[in-house]
Design a protein around this ligand. Structure first.
Ligand code: SAH
Ligand code: SF4
Ligand code: F3S
Length: 440
């Protein structure tokens, strides 16, 4: 038998891309490809790309440039581009980088094996359709090697919200929820392979409304069903939209034992004028009241968010309104970005904020967030938390895992195994992680 061919995948962008990369590796695995960590010994290089900001999209071309030499030395090397840049730019990618053999969008990667047949015959393959069929069902059944204790599971894809800055509705298409039965089957399969924590994914995951055995199910209902899966210890979900946070989901945060006390709830801005121009359909006040209700249900919940500064027409007063909102919420974590103009989106046509002004605002906002993040982390010292251990740390006998609130925790625990969930007392707070001691 000939040696297996080697596949190198590089993943950019959000967690949904991480999940998709795993599925693409499986689809190509059925075709005889085995994954490698190095592009140098690969027979196929696949970039799973992100189009969310200009910088993210441009990275793809610079990365492709780096592979020119490899392709010259090894003419049989296949190069593919998948994900949201593939969807948005399609053939343009092959025009700019003729060495690219294959371009596949996020909704058609179940067709990879037949595309590879074309590529192996020396042809180019391109598929950026939004097909009717369910890509997840067409993928080969997962092989069953053991897995790391944490896994992503995509339950919903696409977005109908059309925020004025965002490419996702164009690259991922309309909102689609996967049926309940398939999600539960996949969750059980993951648990059989050693997974103890599942993060449910969707661009608007809390807008989930999948076909269940007795009509449409909400995300809350799905979470309650997963709560009954033996061997599964923790449930998380991301990313949520403030408008889709219904009462049942808020209640689940208070009552569902396996649902972790962490919620990523992007607000983008604290100015009602900007929120309106962003087409966000919530106000700063409705967001703050929502956070209050969530905290009433689960007082220790850690709130995380996303912010855009320098959105077209953002004044100093608008920016200060964002800073005020942040002061009120007290975030445990947040991701913040300078507005990036995306061709084809409504905001691209509007008066842009000067780059130096946007940079200055981003700097101030990030300083405030860092301070809050640190305060939330420091307040964990002395508390008892659950930690799901994932891997050894750098020191001898040390293990690292994630707390219920998603903080990285380092513990001296030579007898603890990967996948163990243990109670830990937090004893120190460092710049980006916590230290603790096993309780039992
Ligand atoms: N569906 C999620 C996340 C979408 S993308 C949501 O609705 O929140 C992740 C984050 O990227 C967004 O929350 C936003 O903060 C940021 N983002 C999206 N488009 C952007 C753009 N054009 N410029 C800068 N940041 C952007
Ligand atoms: Fe983009 Fe808005 Fe949809 Fe989130 S809700 S994916 S920011 S359009
Ligand atoms: Fe990027 Fe596409 Fe995710 S644009 S953020 S990879 S949905």
């Amino acid at each position: 038998m000939s040696d297996p061919k080697k596949l190198f995948i590089r993943t950019y962008g959000c967690q949904m891309n991480v999940y998709d990369s795993e599925r693409m590796a499986e689809a190509l695995g059925a075709d005889g490809y085995e994954q490698t960590d190095s592009p140098d010994d690969a027979d196929m290089i696949l970039l799973n790309t992100c189009h969310i900001r200009e910088k993210a999209a441009e990275k793809v071309y610079s990365e492709l440039g780096r592979y020119k030499g490899l392709k010259a030395d090894k003419p049989d090397l296949k190069i593919g581009v998948a994900g949201c840049v593939a969807q948005a730019e399609g053939e343009e990618i092959m025009r700019r980088q003729p060495m690219v053999d294959l371009v596949v969008g996020p909704q058609t990667y179940h067709r990879l094996p037949s595309m590879m047949e074309q590529v192996n015959q020396g042809e180019k393959a391109l598929d950026t359709d939004f097909p009717e069929e369910d890509k997840f069902e067409h993928l080969p059944k997962r092989p069953l090697p053991q897995r790391n204790p944490t896994a992503f599971l995509t339950v919903q894809e696409g977005c109908d919200k059309f925020c004025a800055f965002c490419v996702v509705p164009y690259t991922r298409g309309v909102e689609v929820s996967r049926p309940v039965e398939r999600i539960l089957r996949e969750a059980n399969e993951l648990v059989e392979r050693g997974v103890r924590e599942i993060t449910l994914l969707g661009q608007n995951v809390n807008g989930y409304h999948g076909e269940g055995p007795d009509g449409d199910w909400s995300l809350a209902k799905l979470i309650w069903a997963l709560n009954d899966v033996d061997g599964l210890e923790r449930i998380r979900f991301t990313t949520s939209h403030p408008n889709d946070m219904d009462d049942a989901l808020i209640e689940a945060h208070g009552e569902c034992e396996k649902l972790m006390p962490y919620l990523h709830l992007p607000v983008q801005s604290g100015s009602d004028f900007i929120l309106k121009r962003m087409n966000r359909s919530h106000t700063a006040d409705s967001y703050l009241r929502l956070i209050e209700r969530i905290r009433a249900a689960r007082p220790d919940i850690l709130i995380s968010g996303d912010f855009i500064v320098g959105f077209p027409e953002e004044s100093d007063a608008d920016f200060q309104a964002t800073m005020d909102l942040i002061r009120e919420v007290k975030y445990g974590q947040a991701f913040s970005f300078k507005y990036s103009t995306r061709p084809g989106t409504p905001a691209a046509e509007r008066a842009q904020v000067e780059d130096a002004v946007a940079s200055q605002r981003l700097y101030q906002l990030q300083a405030l967030i860092t301070e809050q993040q640190r305060a939330v982390q420091d307040a964990m010292v002395g508390q008892e938390v659950g930690v799901l251990f994932e891997k050894p740390g750098r020191l001898d006998g040390q293990m690292v895992g994630k707390s219920d609130h998603l903080h990285a925790v380092y513990v001296q625990a030579p007898d603890v195994q990967k996948g163990d969930l243990r109670r830990v007392r937090i004893t120190e707070s460092g710049p980006n992680s916590l230290g603790g001691q096993l309780i039992d």
